[in-house]
Design a protein around this ligand. Structure first.
Ligand SMILES: [Zn+2]
Length: 199
């Protein structure tokens, strides 16, 4: 079933408009903004590469908003027990603890009312499921952090869930743990038939 969506942000996103879109062939674009959280930008796991994509990501979001397209957000979400998790044992840097400033999205990135998925792992099945309920989707684009962990994980999950919808990633709106691992992830996604823009 359809779930609650904000009024006014993306008119194409309502059941009525979806029906019109199907009739008119007017397709909707979907943007996924992955983990644009303080801890990944200038916090516990921040980097200068991540800081550099904040403005391009904001500009991308503004374009989708202006076109009335759909914007989904993900939020890396851990508990105080983070260091005891599989991820915490391999990456013993506490980050994105729910309710802390580092867990919050970077100021100015979130548009009120847009769907936001909290995820305890790299990829989110819930995100793919929510998007799969939309109709008349032209393509799905991913931006955000980090290219080599959560962007690639979610790109491959949405690709598996919706194999007939083109998936793209804007390289200029992503940053990896290192510049090299960013490039490696772009190559890996390309091999899986994900279109890479602005490489
Ligand atoms: Zn994490």
């Amino acid at each position: 079933m359809f779930y609650t969506v904000p009024k006014g942000y993306f008119p194409n996103f309502t059941p009525k408009f979806q029906m019109i879109n199907r009739i008119t062939g007017n397709y909707m674009k979907v943007l996924i903004v992955v983990d644009m959280q303080n801890d990944f930008v200038d916090g516990a796991l921040g980097s200068s590469e991540a800081m550099h994509i904040v403005e391009p990501v904001k500009a991308k979001i503004a374009t989708y908003k202006a076109n009335g397209d759909a914007i989904f957000y993900t939020q890396d979400t851990h508990t105080e027990q983070y260091l005891e998790t599989q991820e915490g044992k391999r990456l013993p840097v506490t980050h994105c603890i729910k309710g802390t400033p580092g867990w919050d999205l970077v100021p100015g990135v979130y548009l009120d009312g847009c769907p936001l998925v909290e995820k305890p792992a790299f990829g989110s099945l819930e995100l793919a499921e929510k998007i799969s309920r939309l109709e008349s989707v032209e393509f799905i684009e991913l931006v955000g952090l980090c290219t080599d962990i959560c962007v690639i994980s979610n790109a491959l999950i949405v690709k598996a869930r919706m194999p007939e919808i083109p998936i793209r990633v804007d390289a200029s709106c992503c940053a990896g743990v290192t510049p090299e691992s960013h490039r490696n992830a772009l190559q890996a996604m390309k091999m899986c038939q994900i279109e890479i823009l602005n490489e």
